[in-house]
Ligand binder design. Structure first.
Ligand code: GTP
Ligand code: MG
Ligand code: ZN
Length: 350
């Protein structure tokens, strides 16, 4: 038995994935892609396979849980995964609520379509969070402004996005229009994987349906008073499009709390990071210290003080989230060791 490379490529498999496998694995294993994460388990697909399996986790770390977009290696003809293949990228966030947990959004994503609408959902600070998520994962960020057909001033939203988020691709679209396939064409190609993220009600599932050419996913109208959605989509799934690309639909997020995203945040605010490097003091807080290059740029009108404030807030928050997750992981490890020791002692007594 050998790998069906051409068939696998249609699922997004790349040569670098083959290079991860041992000779024995190439002879005996079947790679499959996780195409949906449901409450009951995972849906996997690959050449000649499309079925459900129980959740799979490699190791004890929460990031070891297989998520949508992941590649699993099945043992021969069995439906039992042998291992989770290394990811080329991972989108994750601090799980909502009080728990210090990580939530995996999707793995092996090449393009991140950050979806917002030409209405009250539009918010530069929130878009910067999604941008940092994309940059951290090494995915190409593209901002999609849906409901351009409903707004009198879609152009104003597009210029606000282009001005506020320098260097980022922006497209104003009608997610229901067949023209959207052509508008997104420059950003991906066959075998690539994109993910849709954004608030509830911005039209993520509508866009998947339009690109599929059929109403496969349920969608629902938004609240008229504040443009908020109704959290219609509740699971993550990957869809294969006619152009050979793959698209992940995700449930709308109320809030995106970043964690382990210091690189991504610095990439989004690289202008400020560069300025800060020129401040006289290495630990300058840009709050009026002498020789502050950041303040000088604000005074010269080269930097928007609101942008500095957004960077500082995001940076503080990320540091806090990463530290509290690290603390919890250390506690978990300590607890795990304690349990193992207690079990070993119990066995000795028996
Ligand atoms: N006119 C117009 N309506 C749109 C557009 N995009 C989405 N809609 C409508 O907006 C509503 C919400 O769309 P959904 O696709 O369910 O939104 P969603 O982002 O998937 O929302 P969640 O699943 O809750 O995260 C639906 O009634 C869509 O028909 C658009 O570009 N133009
Ligand atoms: Mg949806
Ligand atoms: Zn400074």
């Amino acid at each position: 038995m050998t790998l069906q490379l051409a068939e696998l490529a249609a699922f997004g498999w790349q040569n670098s994935d083959t290079a991860e496998l041992s000779a024995d694995e190439i002879e005996t294993c079947r790679p499959v892609r996780v195409v949906a994460v449901e409450r009951s388990g995972l849906r996997i697909a690959g050449p000649g396979i499309d079925t459900g399996i129980p959740p799979f986790r490699s190791g004890e770390d929460e990031e070891g849980a297989a998520t949508v977009g992941d590649w699993l290696l099945l043992d021969g003809e069995a439906l039992r995964p042998r291992r989770l293949l290394p990811r080329k990228s991972l989108l994750k966030r601090r799980a909502p609520g009080t728990g210090r947990q990580i939530q995996l959004i999707a793995a092996n994503v090449d393009v991140l379509f950050i979806v917002t609408s030409c209405n009250q959902d539009f918010n530069i600070a929130r878009l910067e969070r999604y941008l940092a998520l994309a940059r951290e994962a090494g995915a190409l960020p593209v901002i999609l402004l849906t409901k351009a057909d409903l707004a009198d001033d879609a152009g104003t939203y597009a210029s606000a996005a282009a001005d506020g988020l320098p260097g980022v691709f922006v497209a104003a679209i009608d997610a229901r229009s067949a023209a959207v396939g052509g508008q997104l064409l420059p950003y991906w190609r066959a075998g690539q994987t994109a993910a849709l993220v954004g608030s509830s009600g911005v039209g993520k599932s509508t866009l998947v349906n339009t690109l599929l050419g059929r109403d496969e996913i349920a969608t629902a109208g938004i609240r008229e008073d504040d443009d908020k959605g109704r959290h219609t989509t509740t699971s993550r799934a990957l869809y294969r499009l006619a152009n050979g690309a793959w698209l992940v639909d995700t449930p709308g997020m109320r809030e995106l709390q970043l964690t382990d995203a210091e690189f991504g945040i610095s990439a989004v605010f690289e202008d400020i990071v560069a300025l800060a490097g020129d401040c006289r003091f290495g630990d300058c807080r840009h709050e009026g210290e002498p020789g502050c290059a950041v303040r000088a740029a604000i005074e010269a009108g080269d930097l928007d003080p609101a942008r500095l404030a957004r960077w500082q807030k995001l940076h503080r928050e990320e540091t806090h989230n990463s530290a509290s997750l690290a603390e919890r992981r250390a506690k978990d490890r300590k607890f795990g060791k304690m349990v193992k020791r207690a079990m070993a002692e119990k066995r000795q007594r028996e």
